[in-house]
Design a protein around this ligand. Sequence first.
Ligand code: GDP
Ligand code: IMO
Ligand code: MG
Length: 423
Amino acid sequence: MNRNKVVLGLQWGDEGKGKVIDVLAGHFDLVVRCQGGANAGHTVVVEGRKTVLHLLPSGALHPAVTCVIGNGVVIDPLALQNELADLGPAGDDLRPRLRISDRAHLVLPCHKIIDRVAEELKGDNKVGTTQRGIGPCYSDKINRIGLRCGELIDEALFEKRLRILLAAADRQLAQIGDERLDIEAILAETLPPCRAMAPMVTDTVDFLHRQGRAKSVLFEGAQGSMLDIDFGTYPFVTSSNTGIGGVITGSGLSHQDVGEVIGIVKAYTTRVGAGPMPTELTNADGEALRTTGGEFGATTGRPRRCGWLDLVVVGYACRINGVDTIALTKLDVLSGRSELPVCVAYTVAGRRIETIPGRIEDLEGAEPVYETLPGWSEDLSSCRHFNDLPEAARRYVAFIEERVGVRVGWIGVGPGRDEVICR
Ligand code: GDP
Ligand code: IMO
Ligand code: MG
């Protein structure tokens, strides 16, 4: 096994991937994002200061780490420019060690407009997207009409192709509603951030291959398994493969380069946007998790739906991704409860199942089967060793390991870099 590691979300996103990446990144030469785009919101807290990264890899704050935005990511040049500017001096420091794939597709203003208009048209069937243009950009990619970062090398040709793409998007908008594009305004808005990005664009596939086995790579997943376009709660998903497959197709490295797969699991469940979530709590317990856990979207600020830990979801995500180790986050948020229900199966049409059904209607009708574990009252934030945890918290961790069959190697007890137990 090589030294590389992959960090993947195993629920509906926001599991705490950013923090885990930040904690690990100092031990790696490269951090690579492979899919998704500015729909991600990855929080890192360093010495009490919070930074939310959307497009930039969460290794950005480590001065010796090279950050790579791989070919599977969709990049909004304006969002990238703003994110680098928001980082201030840290952004200037990052620029020379940021590499952007020439094969990555560009998210353009038309994609964001289509994202919004398409959602409005869906009425009650809205996905609740982040409106960052992700779905429409990936659609153009699959449709073979997208624009890739590598085209920036020849600005005249790029502008010509951009005009063709915008004209197609305008025709699409005319068909689905009455909104139209101001093509000249979009060009004026888009070209300067594209120009600023161009020097960072390179053949990242070749760059990564040239690094060789001497360099260590940390792959940063975005979103989570239940938002995966194939394995998630379709159609209430994002438009990329958020799991181990996306790591390979989104970086150009191979299965031999993967190394350890770390699955991030929040100690309870959250979801932003629409779609089934069997353990959702719409009562005071859900409200309490939201308040104590600070469960508001890092990208859109929307309140996250909250519920008990769902081990059907976690077990399924471990299986489809070949997870070696679980990093359990936010265990501290569960303090102060006398008991903690954990979902171990669903009842669907009178049958007990322990996997995620493919039909969305089956998942919508799934009744969670709970086992109830004892809770604990102690504050966990100062625990640094497994044995510092109260017995009931240790039992909670052991229960996850028993049911899912994967070791919990890492436990988060607060948002800060140091608030972690390594086992
Ligand atoms: P990501 O999208 O997976 O990177 O997760 P987000 O950053 O969207 O949301 C996770 C939130 O939980 C952030 O506010 C983190 O600062 C916070 N967080 C991460 N790990 C822990 C933990 O172990 N305990 C607590 N209390 N907060 C944590
Ligand atoms: P991180 O990386 C949580 C959700 C949206 C919506 C669906 C589709 O921070 O975990 P999209 O804009 O991708 O077309 O929206 O996916 N979603 C996320 N939820 N965390 C994320 O990223 C998400 N990225 C997208 O809320 O339901
Ligand atoms: Mg997030």
